[in-house]
Design a protein around this ligand. Structure first.
Ligand code: SF4
Length: 252
């Protein structure tokens, strides 16, 4: 599956003549393709198994059990790239980071920095709206043990590339976790950009230049990180405050 197969813009989204370009339709078509994807047999099998077996606390839920599309403001200046859906979070609810502790931690932080209209999320129709931020992931299907294979991440790459093309205003990326950071770098290198070797650490800022967006790295807000204190609310807030300063031209 190539980017050209999943995304055929009616006119160039980055500059050029916008007559006839219908972003809403482009987003709808992209999301339809994401939701229908069955390219990775191991992940298709796992996401459906999780949706069938369910967790006791959610046994009355009709799990989503499909790939999860990106979520947020299509005019966003900030793109957040995570890893993959949580088994009983977005694989259950169908919306990025919705329905588990990672999402609770993330959306509370976005609310504190003014990028979300509410701190809590529970399901797709809970009224959550994001401002100036769009959330996506390098892998759209829940992987066993939260570990997609390198091939599965490559399979999913065209969806992220298509979203990046449709997000015509984004200036910066927050990469949640080292795998997301590696994949963003790999995509940029694959597109012909030369990037020096960048080392992952929490709240580091990278400005690769060459027309590429800046990147801030953060520990992933997984339960494992937040419950052990590896990632605290204060550490996470510092990431979003830094991103906001950069977007607003107030330095880093
Ligand atoms: S991980 Fe991505 S490429 Fe693989 S089946 Fe899911 S949506 Fe398709």
């Amino acid at each position: 599956m190539s980017l050209e197969e999943i995304y055929k813009p009616e006119s160039p989204p980055h500059g050029g003549d916008s007559i006839g370009f219908d972003p809403a339709r482009q987003w709808a078509e992209l999301n339809e393709r994401i939701e229908a994807c069955r390219l990775c047999p191991r992940l298709v099998s796992w996401r459906e198994e999780v949706a069938r077996v369910k967790k006791r606390a959610f046994r009355d839920w009709d799990y989503w059990g499909k790939p999860v599309p990106g979520f947020g403001d299509p005019d966003a200046r900030l793109l957040v790239v995570g890893l993959a859906p949580g088994a009983h979070g977005s694989n259950r609810t169908g919306r990025m980071f919705t329905g588990d502790s990672s999402g609770d931690f993330l959306y509370a932080a976005l609310y504190r920095v003014g990028m979300a209209n509410q701190p809590m999320t529970t399901h797709c129709d809970d009224g959550l709206a994001l401002k100036d931020v769009f959330i996506t992931a390098i892998c759209r299907c829940v992987p066993p043990d939260n570990k997609p294979t390198p091939q599965e991440i490559r399979n999913c790459q065209p969806f992220l590339e298509a979203e990046m093309k449709l997000l015509t205003r984004y200036q910066g990326i927050v990469a949640l976790g080292s795998l997301a950071f590696q994949q963003v770098q790999s995509m940029f290198r694959g597109n012909g950009h030369t990037l020096e070797r960048l080392e992952f650490k929490h709240n580091a800022l990278f400005t690769p230049g060459g027309g590429l967006p800046w990147i801030i790295t953060s520990y992933h807000p997984s339960r494992q990180n937040t419950q052990t204190g590896r990632l605290t609310s204060e550490m996470f807030d510092a990431v979003w405050q830094r991103a906001k300063r950069l977007l607003d031209g107030l330095g880093n």
